[in-house]
Design a protein around this ligand. Structure first.
Ligand code: SF4
Ligand code: SF4
Length: 221
């Protein structure tokens, strides 16, 4: 439920960006932030550790005190009851067609707006429970936090690319801190005050190309 006291999507995105900008200069390898780890996994072509950012979901079931099992703790309601643990083994409940449909609907119900999004490979439309606004084209099913997610994931593109490259080369992602400091120093020393000179590009802001090849083979979570 959104109230006048709720954080807006833009505020959420700004919060993430400000925290990230501190972290990426000072704390990589020392402080671990779950969403940043999720992002690095996506940029590295790996499955995220959070179902919210997985392509499909359905492996995080909810168990009630009486043995009732539901598709997810955000969907504890009659339509999403899978059965009772006292009658049906858990493994059978996890593998029911109903639960398979629930998990795959996360991907299959994405609006076209998300399918065309340049950061879909990491966002995947977010959690279905938050998809209650409309796209600019008027389609239902867009995530309330979309604007924040989109701003944040685009903002971290350059440093995430760098860290993913370091990981691929079996070097420490924390090398990004020195890399960014050197970039900043070079930008300060560049003769940008000369008439007609081009100002240096901002650090850590770049857009990822929207290509199918850019999307890792993410699996359900
Ligand atoms: S509905 Fe949301 S919280 Fe539940 S499993 Fe899917 S992504 Fe995770
Ligand atoms: S950033 Fe917005 S448009 Fe892009 S995948 Fe996420 S929710 Fe969809």
């Amino acid at each position: 439920m959104v109230t006048p006291r709720s954080v807006s999507a833009a505020q959420y995105g700004n919060f993430l960006i400000r925290i990230f900008d501190e972290w990426v200069l000072h704390d990589v390898g020392q402080v671990f932030v779950q969403l940043f780890d999720v992002a690095l996994a996506a940029w590295s072509g790996h499955r995220p550790g959070l179902c919210v950012f997985a392509e499909t979901c359905g492996a995080a079931l909810a168990l009630e005190h009486n043995g009732d099992v539901y598709s997810c703790d955000h969907f504890v309601e009659p339509a999403h009851k899978l059965g009772n643990l006292n009658i049906i083994p858990l493994q059978a409940l996890v593998n029911t067609p109903q639960q398979m449909r629930f998990g795959q609907a996360k991907r299959d119900s994405l609006p076209d707006y998300c399918r065309a999004c340049e950061v879909r490979f990491v966002c995947q439309g977010g959690c279905p429970k938050d998809r209650f606004i409309h796209t600019p084209e008027g389609d239902p099913g867009l995530n309330y936090l979309c604007a924040g997610y989109r701003a944040f994931f685009n903002h971290v593109d350059a440093p995430m690319r760098f860290m993913a490259g370091e990981l691929a080369a079996r070097r420490a992602p924390a090398n990004v801190m020195g890399h960014l400091l050197r970039q900043k120093a070079a930008a300060r020393e560049a003769p940008c005050s000369a008439p007609g000179a081009t100002p240096p590009a901002p650090v850590a802001v770049a857009r990822r190309p929207n290509t199918a090849a850019a999307q890792p083979a993410s699996q359900g979570g």
